[in-house]
Design a protein around this ligand. Structure first.
Ligand code: 0A1
Ligand code: ZN
Length: 888
């Protein structure tokens, strides 16, 4: 049995490293099952360390040690060092001067199904070292505050490994007997070992160039397997777009002469920012109009941007320790969100980000795994690459941006880069730079880094017609989270605007703020538990538009009539709040329907929603993607979040009823819109074409709810004739999610057409796993035995097991518990193969307390089964035990 207390790391225990590693010379002799790694480290005692020791402890896991050598003497004897499960302790190393340590060990990449360290993906060897994977390659001080200069020599068979890559610049290469060759790479920048990378294999390269703003020429290379050569253009263009954007918006130039990206099929996450040699999940590189959807195209550009932006926010300036993960991730997500907003539609991007935050991060914040964006403790750091650290982390950076303004933020980031270039720093250092550059006090704001949970912001309004004032009382309250019962008030920026009854802008003039002129919009600074704001000179009662742009990651509670929401949906000039009004309107209507279902009453639709949707449909919209979002109803998962006790069946029934009624009552509008926007646009990726597809496919999904042969033919026609994946997949989705006579045939045709494109086959699995048709569970079970399914490929696992458990509440939560048992079976199997992926799959069970008693019991039983698995990994144990609250 694991002892969680023994294995926990605490932020409060941080101490500087006892030794520093200045230079690392690595030598790899490649072999699938026995790669020899020799490392030559130049170390010295860290003058800042106070520890009274003269031994050196290096981390290492799953390594076969061959030899240890100090200062080029004879190899150390077994008495001079100690090997444990996860470390190598060398006694009596020099304390007064630098010394050289040489270590030789072997590793087995083929047996490495955890995909951390050096592993095999198809026939290619590649590495993943963040967070603590380098210790699975060789013994090292595997922590981000040890930064070193790396030189890497790779030797391998010329046919198996014609391409040999590592970080930095290629400085030498040569041929060897027995058809072998070698290459030496040198990285001129100091870096922590988590940014080390090595790739070797039969790869093809697509090359381009980029000239920086100061006139330096950079070589850009994307490496893929041969059959993917025709799917790299978009990734290359995205890289160039990212490089220009970082120069323009942050004044940051690329620093090496070469930027390489490698796409691999087996990858635990999205991508990795290794210095000069990013390794990407193929999902975020490969795209061709007929294989990738519009959203794939957008995500590729976003992830390429994210990894590129890490070069400054993560690599040049890195994290002191893993508790500071949000320093690089929160900031870099904020940067990639803004990049995508600039490249596509700011309004749409903001809505998509908030949607994900509210559906998934808020759930994390409300559950047993809630943690601050800077956690205080962890058992397994891989469990902390969370929506909280990434997405809430980005919201916290965004709030600083809101508080200091765009110019102030640029001053702050300039100062941060200037002060800390080449260092491993903390979240506090980032906030300090923002404070100094803007001469403001973010003292209270810092609580956002330390406090978990989603604050509830409550707003009450009172209009006084005699005084012509509007009084707004704002209060905040944050629910307790594990380990944090008492919460302090946060510094919350609340962006607000007022509207006249005719929809025009009313001026905001705050009392007691005499110096300030009336404005179209204000940012209220809520710092206390409760605060009152008075707006004056208001001859009539205005309509309040609050938390514009979702200016803080909070749950807003404010009483609103359906009429008021319909008004804001028609008139709010803030694109986020306009959409949000529609979501709340739909949410309230659906809540009424859910109550009908639960009370065994016939569902009764409030006609106000039909009128509101009709108005939206009849308005002339420029941004068709935004238009499509206005017509999209809150997801079942989001609706579940709003309920005290989740009722998956009632949610599904109510939402379907609304969709069906809207489709019936607005059929002519949906049909006309479909026809007006249906074009054959293969290869067009401008916002116009993307918007047309989005609105058209939104209409198709409404229309498909009508039991109508013509519509069935329409979706089949779109499926058969589509020249792009967006249209083909949208058609297949409606075919599979409705009783369509050709659904089996279409699925078979789709599989046959795309059987050689792994990423498209992932979509084929996911679509069936997320279907709401009654036979879905049986389908999922049989897909587990499909020859194309592979438990060792994380993308496949996510597309089948992940989609079923996370995107199909109706069937996953089947009353008899079969979904839970199925998931637990898979988690137990994955626990030995790939603990990281296994642990992520547990998330569908962690919310057990949100369900009815009978489901709670079933879910809990499966968590208990998981936790009693023999050889349970730290990853799975930490998540499952916290979910069950086994810990004190
Ligand atoms: N730093 C990467 C994410 C990443 C994290 C861990 C990984 O393996 C355990 C891989 C990638 C990013 O933010 O893009
Ligand atoms: Zn990142």
């Amino acid at each position: 049995m694991r002892d969680p207390n023994q294995e926990k790391n605490y932020l409060k225990d941080y101490t500087v490293p006892d030794y520093l590693i200045h230079n690392v010379a690595l030598n790899f002799t490649l072999d699938e099952e026995c790669t020899v790694v020799s490392s030559r480290l130049t170390l010295s005692r860290n003058p800042a360390s106070k520890a009274l020791i003269n031994s050196l402890t290096l981390a290492g896991e799953n390594l076969k040690l061959l030899s240890v050598n100090l200062d080029d003497g004879t190899d150390l004897s077994k008495e001079q060092y100690l090997q444990t499960q996860d470390s190598l302790i060398i006694n009596n190393v020099p304390q007064q001067q630098a010394f050289v340590l040489c270590i030789e060990n072997t590793i087995n990449p083929k047996a490495n199904t955890a995909l951390e360290g050096l592993y095999l993906s198809n026939d290619m060897l590649c590495t993943q070292c963040e967070a603590e994977g380098f210790r699975k390659i060789t013994y090292f001080l595997d922590r981000p505050d040890v930064m070193s200069l790396f030189t890497t020599t790779i030797t391998g068979d010329k046919n198996r490994y014609p391409v040999l890559l590592s970080n930095g610049n290629k400085i030498a290469q040569g041929e060897l007997p027995d058809n072998r060759h070698w290459v030496t790479w040198e990285d001129p920048f100091n870096k922590p070992c988590y940014l080390f990378a090595l790739v070797a294999g039969q790869l093809e390269c697509i090359a381009d160039r980029f000239t920086t703003q100061s006139g330096r020429e950079i070589d850009l290379q994307i490496f893929v397997e041969k059959h993917d050569m025709d799917k790299c253009d978009h990734a290359m263009q995205s890289l160039k777009n990212s490089m220009i954007w970082d120069e323009q918006v942050y004044g940051r130039e690329y620093d090496l002469d070469l930027y390489m990206i490698v796409a691999v099929s087996h990858f635990n996450m999205g991508a990795m920012e290794n210095k000069g040699l990013n390794v990407f999940n193929t999902k975020f590189v490969l795209a061709r109009p007929d294989t990738a959807t519009d959203s794939d195209y957008e995500h590729i550009e976003g992830v390429i941007g994210h990894e590129y932006f890490h070069n400054w926010t993560g690599n040049r300036i890195t994290c002191r320790d893993w508790f500071q993960l949000s320093l690089k991730e929160g900031f870099t997500v904020f940067r990639d969100q803004e990049f995508t907003g600039d490249r596509t539609s700011k309004a749409v991007k903001r809505i998509e980000d908030v949607n994900m935050l509210r559906t998934r991060q808020f759930a994390e914040d409300a559950g047993p795994l809630a943690h601050p964006i800077r956690p205080d403790s962890y058992m397994e750091i891989n469990n902390f690459y969370t929506l909280t650290v990434y997405e809430k982390g980005a919201e916290v950076v965004r709030m600083i941006h809101t508080l200091v303004g765009a110019e102030g933020f640029r001053k702050g980031s300039n100062l941060y880069f200037e002060r800390h270039d080449g260092q491993a720093v903390t979240c506090d250092d980032f906030v300090n730079a923002m404070e100094s550059a803007n001469n403001i006090d973010l003292g209270q704001f810092r609580r956002w880094y330390a406090q978990a949970g989603t604050p509830v912001l409550t707003a009450h309004q009172h209009y006084d017609s005699t005084a012509q004032t509007l009084t707004l009382t704002l209060s905040q309250n944050c629910p307790a989270t594990p380990g944090q019962t008492h919460k302090e008030p946060l510094h919350i920026p609340v962006t607000l605007g007022l509207l006249h009854k005719d929809g025009s802008v009313a001026q905001c003039k705050l009392q007691d703020n005499a110096a300030k002129e009336a404005q179209n919009q204000v940012i209220l600074q809520l710092t206390q538990s409760e605060q009152v704001f008075v707006f004056e000179n208001l001859a009539e009662q205005p309509v309040v538009s609050i938390l514009r742009g979702f200016s803080a990651p909070v749950k807003l509670e404010m009483e609103r009539s359906l009429e008021e929401l319909a008004f804001l949906l028609s008139y709010d000039s803030d694109t986020f709040n306009r959409w949000e009004a529609g979501q709340q309107l739909a949410g309230q209507v659906i809540a009424g329907l859910i109550a009908d279902v639960q009370n065994d009453q016939k569902m009764q639709l409030n006609p106000i929603i039909v009128t509101a949707f009709k108005q939206v449909l009849e308005h002339a919209w420029d941004d068709l993607s935004y238009f499509a979002l206005l017509l999209s109803l809150p997801s079942e998962n989001y609706l579940a979040e709003q309920m005290p006790v989740v009722d998956v069946n009632a949610i599904h029934a109510a939402r379907e009823f609304l969709v069906q009624n809207l489709a019936e009552q607005l059929q002519p509008q949906f049909q006309a819109l479909y026809e007006n926007n249906h074009r054959d646009e293969s290869g067009q990726f401008d916002s116009g074409a993307i918007g047309r597809r989005r609105i058209k496919n939104t209409c198709l999904s409404y229309l498909s709810k009508l039991e109508n042969k013509d519509i069935q033919q329409l979706s089949q026609l779109q499926f058969n004739s589509a020249k792009n994946m967006t249209d083909q997949l949208a058609a297949l989705t409606v075919i599979v999610n409705n009783p369509h006579p050709a659904s089996q045939q279409c699925l078979a045709d789709f599989y046959h057409q795309w059987r050689t494109e792994a990423l498209v086959i992932d979509k084929w699995f996911a679509l069936q796993a997320a279907s709401n048709m009654p036979d879905t569970f049986a389908t999922v079970q049989s897909l587990m035995n499909h020859p194309a399914f592979d438990l060792k490929n994380p993308n496949r696992v996510r597309s089948l097991i992940g989609a079923f458990s996370q995107a199909n509440p109706l069937h996953f939560h089947a009353k008899n518990g079969q979904g839970y048992q199925f998931l637990a079976d898979q988690i137990i199997a994955l626990n030995t193969l790939n603990p990281q992926v296994a642990s992520r799959m547990v998330s569908a069970l962690t919310s057990w307390r949100r369900h009815d008693i009978s489901r709670q019991t079933l879910m809990k039983a499966q968590l208990e089964r998981i936790i009693s698995t023999e050889d349970i990994s730290k990853d799975v144990y930490e998540v499952a035990s916290k979910s069950l609250n086994y810990e004190a």
